[in-house]
Design a binder for this molecule. Structure first.
Ligand code: BGC
Length: 821
């Protein structure tokens, strides 16, 4: 039976193995290792990968005669290898066993979400009736982030003899996890050396080719238990470790019989030259593994660390949806944990779970930070700092593009330069095509939005008035410098961009790249300009002076910002908001015909290109673009923003807009179903659940067909958690209060979440039977103000309250009647 805290796979399915490896990844926000079987190595169904947050390396490859440079999240030396074979008395040793071997009889693996372990039971049987039962438990320590451990217990049945166990650290590793990148250089490790200590500790060190990050891994493998009264270490035979230039092996032979099981514990420590408070990575790794407690103690402290995390980010949803959400939370926390807050890393779009998108950082933090800020604000702040440290690079990029302010890259990795590739491969046609996605300058607005929302949720005014203000102002400045006045429209325009949709990267037949007046880009730019102006005016004088000195800003610029924020162009066609200027003149696609012909048309762009056509000709979107506005802003806020821009966004226009794009979106990104679920929950409730289900199952059933095996979709995973936390409750954190406007779907009408709000932890919110429960813990904090259905409730610390959900519509839900943007 599969429990609410378990994620299990019964039987071994080679075709699914890479997907399972991704979904069974273990990590702690510092590093993560895919859930590969320890007996296997790279190739065929297996891809054991270990990735360290923020560790990239750059290599040059030649593609179609052109030199291209790529920064990759580096696949590190593999610490997992541990293989075994049986040595029956009086017979030759058996073959090395693995799930691929024909002797495999049973196989079950379970991710224990509560304890953060991956447990595997594998049973082998040879032709002579000899059974070997292998139980394995692995962990990547959540408390001491440099440690990982693997316990393997062997039980023999029907034979007597010994088990030969070979444990290794394998440094002969390349980045080969994504078949599409096969033509690119992939050897990121160099300078290997291996060694052994007198006490049986073995080690390997190496470094990355270009970024010159040093790594050291040390490992200790011991026999730990042989049944009551026995001394396993004395009865086990250890062989002298074997070294090759890139690998180091340890061999143990352990007696087994009917009364005597054999248990082997492998403990590993991993350090890099970027770690603080160490002498050298090697010294730290060797000392780390020598002083590490035994497996039982490691497991206990690991579970305690996880219990602390689960407590801070409690989310209770009944049934299968709740189990999937717990898995999502597990992977979010394994990628971005409190350990991450100590590092210089951003939000990797595909987690630390695979090599898709090379571990790069996109705008996906937009879907992650609002969730995190209400539980682990220190992690959000660390992730914002990743952007802040790259503000100078963003300012240089803007300058090189002839603009002012900060132009954040669409894809970011180590030093903040633009990492988006120049060419991308359409696997359907085999053609390398120009990649213009770097024109998605809206990523800057996402950074600004995250800064603002983090500060709203945490009351971290210090951050808002220092690094936050600097980022916001430089991003606003970038938008202002790109806005051109068009006298014929009497509007400002932002031209030559790509919106979130990505399919439209040029007008049909146009010689230049990009489209004009992307509504999402313009409205979010208007929001940034308005926020930045407001923030600048609210800044205490000394802060304002510092900011002016640091940014070289001329206060006169602000008047123009104010003007642009009110007069940016938002195109419309036939009563709906246009995705961009000219969108309404594009051809309609025969969706039914394409669905009939191809079945899955999520990557319509690739299908059309392979047909010699281009998606640029059609009213067809990859993912939510205009509708993203309904994801970022509450109806009231969005109405206010449009009002500020001189438009009335009434319910009718918004509904017509939603209907228009709903019928013209292929959902080629996992983010799309999430945003649609969010928006539809307030517009077409009956349709919302379908999209919600799709967002929930996106990774677990690999909806995008093979992509999850190359890394989870972190934005969508975190987004589903936020869908419950904020989407279903309508939770907003502003003006020092919790604003709630619940609209639970029938399928999610009962749930509970625990949040941290403006420094006050453990605030429980729950919905059940159309009633809302709020419980505020005992503390010296002031009472929590909660606004529900237009009424303000004051909840004192140490009390709980049940409130009836308002019925019908309220003014704060209506478009066009909200606050001024
Ligand atoms: C989506 C982007 C997203 C990226 C990384 C792409 O497929 O279109 O919106 O940022 O994946 O997740």
């Amino acid at each position: 039976m599969t429990g609410a805290w378990e994620w299990s796979y019964e039987g071994y399915e080679p075709d699914e193995e890479r997907l399972r490896e991704a979904l069974c990844t273990l990590g702690n926000g510092y590093f993560a290792t895919r859930g590969a079987a320890s007996e296997t190595s790279t190739g065929g169904p297996h891809y054991p990968g270990t990735y360290m947050a923020g560790c990239y390396d750059r290599l040059i490859s030649t593609v179609q005669g052109r030199k291209v440079e790529n920064a990759d999240l580096v696949n590190l030396p593999n610490w997992l290898p541990l293989r075994y074979r049986i040595r029956p008395v009086g017979a030759d040793p058996g073959p090395w066993l693995s799930p691929d071997h024909q002797h495999l009889k049973e196989h079950r693996q379970t991710l224990d979400l509560r304890r953060g372990t991956l447990n595997r039971r594998t049973v082998y049987e040879d032709g002579a009736g000899r059974h070997l039962d292998v139980e394995q438990c692995s962990l990547v320590h959540m408390g001491t982030p440099h440690l990982a451990a693997l316990r393997t217990a062997f039980t023999a049945d029907g034979w007597t003899g010994s088990i030969e166990v070979e444990a290794a650290i394998d440094g002969d590793i390349r980045n080969t996890g994504v078949p599409r990148y096969r033509d690119l250089s992939n050897r990121h490790l160099t300078g290997w050396s291996t060694g052994t200590g007198q006490d049986g500790v073995v080690w390997l060190r190496c470094r990355t080719v270009e970024s010159d990050i040093g790594f050291a891994l040390a490992s200790r493998t011991v026999a730990t238990s042989g049944g009551p009264g026995r001394h396993p270490e004395r009865s086990a035979r250890h062989y002298r470790p074997r070294q090759t230039p890139r690998q180091v092996f340890q061999t143990l032979v352990l007696p087994v019989d009917a009364e005597r099981d054999a248990v082997v514990d492998k403990t590993v420590a991993l350090y890099t030259s970027r770690d603080r408070a160490i002498g050298s990575p090697l010294r730290a790794a060797v000392a780390g593994v020598r002083t590490a407690p035994d497996f039982a103690e490691l497991l206990a402290s690991h579970c305690r660390a996880w219990a602390g995390l689960w407590d801070r980010a409690r989310i209770e949803v009944p049934g299968e949806a709740g189990r999937i959400l717990r898995l999502h939370l597990f992977h979010v926390l394994q990628t971005l944990s409190p350990h991450t807050a100590e590092l210089d890393v951003g939000v990797p779009a595909r987690g630390l779970h695979g090599e898709a998108y090379r571990g790069h950082v996109f705008w996906d933090e937009l879907f992650v930070l609002r969730f995190l800020s209400l539980h682990f604000p220190e992690v959000s702040r660390g992730l914002l700092d990743y952007r802040y440290r790259r503000l100078p690079a963003a300012c240089r990029a803007a300058q090189q593009a002839g603009r002012a302010g900060a132009m954040f890259p669409w894809q970011s990795a180590d030093d903040g330069r633009e990492e988006t590739q120049e060419l991308h491969l359409n696997p359907r046609s085999g053609r390398w095509l120009p990649d213009r996605s770097r024109l998605q300058h809206h990523v800057g607005s996402a950074v600004a939005y995250n800064v603002w929302q983090y500060c709203q949720a945490t009351a971290d005014t210090d951050y808002l008035h220092s690094k936050g203000a600097e980022m916001l102002l430089q991003i606003a400045r970038f938008w202002a410098s790109g806005a051109e006045w068009d006298a014929s429209l009497a509007r400002y325009r932002i031209r030559g961009v790509v919106g979130p949709d990505e399919y439209h990267d040029a007008y049909p037949g146009a010689g230049s790249a990009g489209i004009d007046d992307n509504a999402y880009t313009n409205v979010t730019a208007a929001w940034v300009l308005a926020r930045a102006t407001e923030l600048y005016r609210d800044l205490p004088e000394p802060r304002r002076r510092t900011l002016l000195e640091r940014s070289g800003l001329d206060p006169a610029e602000l008047e123009r910002w104010e003007d642009i924020s009110r007069r940016l162009y938002v195109p419309y066609h036939r009563g709906v908001i246009s995705q961009f200027a000219g969108y309404g003149e594009l051809d309609e696609l025969d969706w039914a015909a394409y669905r009939k012909r191809y079945g899955d048309i999520r990557r319509l762009d690739r299908i059309l290109e392979a047909e010699g056509d281009t998606v640029n000709r059609y009213q067809a979107s990859k993912q939510a673009d205009v509708l993203m506005l309904g994801y970022l802003f509450s109806p009231g806020e969005l109405g206010g923003l449009f009002q500020r821009l001189g438009h009335v966004l009434d319910d009718e226009t918004w509904r017509a807009t939603v209907d228009h794009y709903l019928a013209r979106t292929s959902h080629g990104s996992t983010l799309s179903s999430l945003v649609h679920a969010w928006v539809l929950a307030r517009v077409h409730r009956e349709e919302a659940w379908t999209y919600c289900e799709e967002a929930l199952t996106g990774d677990v059933v690999d909806i995008q067909g093979g992509t999850t095996a190359e890394g989870i979709h972190l934005g969508a995973m975190a987004g589903t958690l936020d869908f419950v936390q904020r989407g279903m409750t309508g939770l907003e954190t502003r003006d020092d209060a919790l604003w709630l406007s619940p609209a639970p779907l029938p399928q999610l009408s009962k749930f509970g979440v625990r949040i941290r709000f403006r420094g006050l932890g453990d605030v429980d919110l729950g919905i059940r039977a159309r009633r809302l429960r709020i419980a505020v813990p005992h503390s010296h904090h002031p009472a929590v103000r909660l606004v529900l259905g237009g009424h303000t409730h004051v909840i004192a610390p140490g009390t709980e309250r049940w409130l009836d959900l308002p019925t019908g519509r309220r003014s704060d839900r209506r478009h066009g009647k909200g606050r001024q943007g």
